[in-house]
Ligand binder design. Structure first.
Ligand code: OGA
Ligand code: MN
Length: 273
C-alpha cells in the first residue's frame, strides 16, 4: 500500500491590503505545482514572499519559467558595484518609487528577486499596491483622473540620482523616447490601478505646475502605510511582485555594502491601457 503526499501551499497575509507570505516545498515549487495559485495571488495581493527559500540560480530560473516566459535567459545581478552590474549607475534609480518598464508599452508582468548578500544597514524593499490606492479614492476624484495621460521620460528618473548631468549623460538618457501612458490603467480584468513613479514627467495638456502637484500628491497618497509592504530581507528570501499593480523602491543602503540580489523577470502580456 502506498500513500500519496499532497504538496501544500500555506498562506499568511502580511498586511491587510498588500503582501502574502507563502510556504511550500522547494521541489514542488520548482516543478510548478502551485504556478496558477501563485499567479492569481500575485494579482490579488501584489507581493508574494517566500522566506529563506535559498534557491540556486538554476532553481530560480526553473521556478520563474513555471509562472511565465522569461525576459532574459539568466539571472540579473542587482548590485551597485559596476564590476558586478554594468548598469549600476542606472540601477540607482531603484531608490525612488517606480514601476519597471514605463518606457515601453507592455511592461513586464512580474519580477522575482532573491537576497544573496544583504546590506548591514538599510536595503529593505518597499512595495505599494496601486490597485488598492485607486480603489480607495473617492468616486469624484476617480472621475476627474480617469481621462488623464502622463508623459514618462527616463531622464526624469535619472535626474533623481544625477541632478547635474554632463551633456553626454543627458544624451545617453535621451536615447529612450518619451512614453505617454494613461494615469489610470484599466486592466483586461476590469480592475484599475494608478500608473505613477519616478519616470513621470508631466500631465499631458495640463499646466506644468498643476500637473506636478497632482503627480506628487498622488504618489504621496499611494505610498501611505496602508498601501505599503516593506520587506526586511533575510538571506535566501525570494520576493515576487506583480509589476502591473504595484510600485516599488529600495530603501537607502551603502553603495559599497556588497548588497546583491538575483532577479528573474516574467514577460508582460498586457499593454498599459
Ligand atoms: C528592481 C528593483 C529594488 C531593490 O530590481 O527592479 O527596483 O530592492 N529592485 O533592489
Ligand atoms: Mn525596479
Amino acid at each position: 500500500m502506498s500513500t500519496t503526499v499532497q504538496a501544500t501551499l500555506t498562506r499568511t497575509d502580511l498586511t491587510p491590503k498588500i503582501g502574502s507570505e507563502l510556504k511550500a516545498d522547494v521541489d514542488a515549487l520548482v516543478r510548478g505545482e502551485f504556478s496558477s495559485e501563485i499567479r492569481a495571488l500575485l494579482e490579488q495581493r501584489g507581493v508574494v514572499v517566500f522566506r529563506q527559500l535559498n534557491l540556486t540560480d538554476e532553481q530560480q530560473i526553473a521556478f520563474t519559467r513555471t509562472l511565465g516566459p522569461l525576459v532574459e535567459a539568466d539571472v540579473f545581478k542587482i548590485s551597485m558595484d559596476p564590476k558586478v552590474n554594468p548598469v549600476a549607475e542606472y540601477t540607482k534609480g531603484a531608490f525612488y518609487w517606480h514601476i519597471d518598464g514605463t518606457m515601453s508599452d507592455v511592461p513586464i508582468f512580474a519580477s522575482i528577486m532573491s537576497g544573496r548578500r544583504l546590506a548591514p544597514v538599510g536595503g529593505q524593499t518597499e512595495f505599494s499596491n496601486t490597485y488598492a490606492a485607486w480603489d480607495d479614492l473617492p468616486e469624484s476624484e476617480q472621475k476627474a483622473l480617469e481621462k488623464l495621460k502622463v508623459v514618462h521620460m527616463f531622464e526624469v528618473s535619472q535626474r533623481y540620482v544625477n541632478p547635474e548631468p554632463s551633456y553626454k549623460d543627458l544624451q545617453a538618457w535621451q536615447t529612450f523616447q518619451p512614453n505617454t501612458l494613461p494615469l489610470v490603467w484599466t486592466h483586461r480584468s476590469g480592475r484599475k490601478s494608478l500608473v505613477l513613479g519616478s519616470t513621470a514627467s508631466h500631465v499631458e495638456g495640463m499646466d506644468l505646475r498643476e500637473g506636478w502637484a497632482l503627480l506628487t500628491r498622488l504618489r504621496a497618497y499611494a505610498t501611505q502605510p496602508q498601501f505599503v509592504y516593506r520587506h526586511e530581507w533575510t538571506l535566501g528570501d525570494l520576493v515576487i511582485w506583480d509589476n502591473t499593480g504595484t510600485m516599488h523602491r529600495a530603501m537607502p543602503y551603502a553603495l559599497d555594502s556588497g548588497r546583491l540580489m538575483h532577479r528573474t523577470t516574467i514577460q508582460g502580456d498586457e499593454p498599459f491601457a
